[in-house]
Design a protein around this ligand. Structure first.
Ligand SMILES: [Zn+2]
Length: 255
């Protein structure tokens, strides 16, 4: 269990040091729902980064501490960071919010206050170029990711797996959450038809706003917190290098 209020305070002061404004887009049970925003580079891509939608996955919000403390990692981007999407779940150490709702199944027709507020907030954002959601998996033995984009190839995902694999285990299962996986990468079947799914995760909602590359990063809960946080930090750092480099998407397609 983590104290959301204390963590938000730490994260907010680091975010301000990185030039972000603190936006309060809602409130739940006395906890503010906060976003950190920085839009000061008109030519730079806009990254949306979120964490903490599942309260029993503290590695996501915890990974934002070193990411925001670093003056370099998140430079050269316009940013929207939603650090703790489910504060009541984080306080209780439960996947669901205090009302027992899995917030990551709420995005098609949001009823939970947290997701209603978040959806309205996201709809008013400048166009998103890349989005990342930080998660943990209690069943996984290694790190893996879920990659959503329009293309059949996914060099960015492979670059991230290669980088994370240098410091930690990569999931080897070929079926993860009933989906086919290879080398730690889950790719939705093409063509991707979110309208056929009843319950939308955050990823589908973000993607439905405007089609962009989305990564859901999953670090294994079987590792200690201080071991699984660096895997998320390495993954986001590598993703950001790719986002800032428009050639990254094509790089390993060349002969
Ligand atoms: Zn999760």
């Amino acid at each position: 269990m983590s104290d959301p209020a204390e963590l938000l305070e730490t994260l907010s002061s680091s975010a301000q040091a990185r030039g972000c404004r603190i936006k309060r887009y809602g409130e739940i049970d006395g906890y503010p729902l906060l976003a950190f925003q920085r839009y000061d580079e008109p030519e730079a891509p806009h990254l949306y980064l979120s964490a903490g939608i599942h309260g029993d996955e503290p590695a996501g919000p915890s990974a934002l501490v070193p990411l925001l403390e670093s003056p370099e990692i998140l430079q050269g981007l316009n940013l929207t960071i939603c650090p703790i999407l489910n504060p009541t779940g984080l306080a209780a150490g439960s996947r669901e919010n205090a009302n027992g709702v899995d917030l990551n199944r709420e995005f098609r027709n949001p009823k939970a206050a947290e997701i209603k507020a978040l959806a309205a907030f996201i709809q008013d954002l400048p166009s998103i170029d890349f989005s990342i959601a930080l998660h943990e998996d209690w069943e996984a033995k290694g790190f893996y990711l879920y990659y959503l984009n329009e293309e059949a190839d996914y060099p960015i995902a492979r670059r991230i797996i290669e980088k994370v694999g240098q410091i930690g285990p990569i999931e080897t299962a070929t079926i993860i959450d009933e989906r086919e996986a290879q080398g730690g990468i889950i790719k939705p079947p093409q063509p991707f038809k979110p309208e056929e799914r009843e319950q939308w995760p955050e990823a589908f909602f973000l993607y439905s706003q405007n089609k962009h590359d989305h990564l859901t990063l999953e670090t294994p809960s079987s590792l200690k917190l201080e071991e699984r946080v660096p895997l998320l930090v390495a993954a986001v750092s590598e993703a950001v290098l790719c986002i800032r480099d428009p050639a990254a998407k094509r790089k390993d397609r060349q002969p």
